[in-house]
Ligand binder design. Structure first.
Ligand code: SF4
Length: 315
């Protein structure tokens, strides 16, 4: 959950998940759609799919117990070098170096590394590894991550509170706030899409579950066009459509999205080409990913404006 996401955003989700699925076997037995719904709003939905796959792999292949070997951890779905090192150090007290964005910032400043990110990653990892102690490596890993998150912050590091202040090169040469250097990011392109919000007279709404692979994979959403430069208008059902004057704008990791919303109220039975009608009482807007929730809110209260992303960088 913490990959690319702050502790504050994760906290309610973590508490909800661990109370609903208190152990790995319970999670492995969960219904996929329930897990995706519980993750809605947290973004980066591949993590939810991987979490579920990982719980099932641990249950089926490791008798419900996480393997301790680093190489076995790396074979589990969704576990890469960062998470494997975090589990090894924090859960199993093995000497492993955990490097997240916070740790990279601390290392870049401590040693005044001038190479910009992401090229500096191997050097920063090596510096972090050289400081990792044999004693209490899990506590050390958490301490450095917390130091980066709370003391060695991006804009205003509290160097006078930092236990490494006396040996920090960036402090001695006054370059702390300029580090780490970063390669300029390419401009995000804008993609466009059309989304269809249709309600039947009995208040059922037309929803579709997105394919497992790809952006928002496995999540519920409104039927719509592909997201590209010139989306094709192909309504999922024959109806009289109204185009809302306002659009939904949302920012994903690699692109901005601008969605045109078309709404309709269906009074006759018509064949549906995309999605299925779901009773309004069986569907909860909170189970939609953020961009689809914005569409729902706007379709139901067109005076709202989503011209600006409200939950930046969440999908
Ligand atoms: Fe960061 Fe300041 Fe500590 Fe250096 S002294 S590691 S810049 S908080």
């Amino acid at each position: 959950m913490l990959q690319q996401t702050t502790v504050a955003a994760v906290k309610p989700y973590f508490l909800k998940f661990t109370s609903r699925w208190p152990n790995v076997r319970a999670l492995a037995a969960a219904v996929d759609a329930d897990v995706m719904a519980a993750w809605a709003g947290l973004g980066y939905y591949a993590r939810a799919r991987n979490l579920l796959k990982c719980a099932r792999a641990v249950t089926d292949e490791h008798n419900g117990v996480f393997p301790q070997e680093h190489s076995a951890l790396l074979k589990l779905p969704g576990i890469g070098p960062y998470t494997a090192a975090a589990i090894s150090a924090i859960a199993f007290q093995q000497v492993a170096t955990v490097v997240d964005g916070n740790v990279e910032r601390v290392m870049a400043r401590l040693y005044a590394v001038q190479t910009p990110l992401p090229d500096a990653k191997p050097e920063l990892t090596q510096k972090a590894a050289s400081l990792t102690p044999n004693a209490r490596p899990g506590d050390y890993a958490q301490a450095v991550m917390d130091l980066g998150a709370t003391v060695c912050t991006p804009k205003n590091p509290s160097c006078t509170l930092c236990p490494w202040c006396a040996s920090c090169v960036a402090v001695s040469n006054g370059s702390a706030t300029e580090l780490p250097k970063k390669r300029p990011k390419p401009q995000k392109p804008t993609r466009y899409g059309i989304v269809y919000y249709v309600e039947r007279v009995d208040s059922a709404v037309l929803l579709e579950r997105r394919p497992d692979r790809g952006l928002l994979g496995g999540m519920l959403g409104w039927p719509g066009s592909a997201w590209d430069d010139a989306p094709k208008d192909a309504p999922p059902v024959r109806a009289t459509w109204t185009t809302l004057p306002r659009k939904v704008r949302h920012t994903f990791t690699h692109f901005h999205l601008e969605l045109t919303i078309k709404t309709a109220r269906l009074t006759t039975a018509e064949p549906v080409e995309q999605g299925a009608f779901i009773d309004r009482h069986q569907f909860r807007p909170a189970e939609l990913p953020t961009v689809m929730r914005k569409v729902f809110d706007l379709a139901n209260a067109p005076e709202l404006s989503y011209d600006q992303p409200i939950l930046k960088n969440r999908t």
